[in-house]
Design a protein. Structure first.
Length: 199
C-alpha cells in the first residue's frame, strides 16, 4: 500500500480520530443549544384530571369532577443577562479548540505513519539485500570448496567463506526480525491490529 492509502486507513481506524470527531459533533451541538437561549420558545401542555373530595371513603364515580385542560405558552426572551451570551461565546470557542486539536491529531497521525512507513520500506530493503548476501555467500563457499579441491585455495580460505556465510545468515535473521517489527509497528500506527489481538 502507498503512504496516502495508509493515512486514510488510519483516519478511519484510529480511536483518537474517532473520539475527536465525536467531540467535534458534540461541540457543534453545544453551539446550537447555546444559540437556542436567544430564540423564542413555545410550550404545549395537556392535563386530564379526575378529582373526588369526600370526608368518608365511599367514592362514587358520578360525584367526581373531571377536567381536561390544554395550554400553549410562548416565551420571548427580551433580556438574558450576560450569561447566555457568554455561554454562546464559550461554546464557539470550545468548537474552535476542538477543530485545532483535530488538525493537530491529523498532522501527528500523518507524521507517525510516514515515519513508520519509511522504516518499514528501509527494513524491507535491508531484508531483501540480506537474502541476496546469503545467496552470494553460498556461492562464494561453493567456489572456495571447488578451488580448495583443485589445490588453489587453502583451508583458511574455505573457513573464511564458511564464516562469511554464517555472518550473512545471522544478518539475514536480524534483518528479518527488523522487517517484521517494522511491519507490526506500521500496522499498529494505522490501527489494523484489532483482528490480531482479538484472536
Amino acid at each position: 500500500m502507498e503512504l496516502d492509502e495508509l493515512q486514510k486507513l488510519a483516519f478511519q481506524h484510529r480511536p483518537l480520530i474517532k473520539a475527536l470527531e465525536n467531540q467535534k459533533r458534540i461541540s457543534k451541538k453545544g453551539i446550537t443549544i447555546a444559540r437556542s437561549n436567544f430564540l423564542p420558545k413555545m410550550f404545549f401542555q395537556t392535563d386530564y384530571s379526575f378529582m373526588l373530595m369526600k370526608n368518608d371513603y365511599k367514592f362514587r364515580h358520578a360525584e367526581a369532577s373531571k377536567g381536561f385542560t390544554s395550554a400553549i405558552s410562548l416565551q420571548i426572551p427580551l433580556f438574558h443577562s450576560f450569561n447566555s451570551a457568554a455561554q454562546y461565546q464559550r461554546s464557539k470557542l470550545d468548537y474552535k479548540i476542538i477543530l485545532d486539536t483535530e488538525k493537530q491529531a491529523y498532522d501527528g497521525v500523518s507524521a507517525e505513519i510516514e515515519v513508520a512507513y519509511n522504516k518499514f520500506n528501509e527494513a524491507k530493503e535491508k531484508y531483501l539485500s540480506a537474502v541476496q548476501t546469503v545467496e552470494l555467500a553460498k556461492e562464494a563457499l561453493r567456489l572456495a570448496n571447488m578451488m580448495y579441491d583443485e589445490g588453489v585455495n587453502t583451508q583458511l580460505d574455505v573457513l573464511n567463506s564458511q564464516l562469511a556465510l554464517t555472518q550473512a545468515k545471522l544478518n539475514n535473521m536480524n534483518s528479518l526480525f527488523e522487517y517484521q517489527s517494522a511491519r507490526y509497528h506500521l500496522r499498529k500506527v494505522v490501527g489494523l491490529l484489532k483482528g490480531i489481538l482479538d484472536k
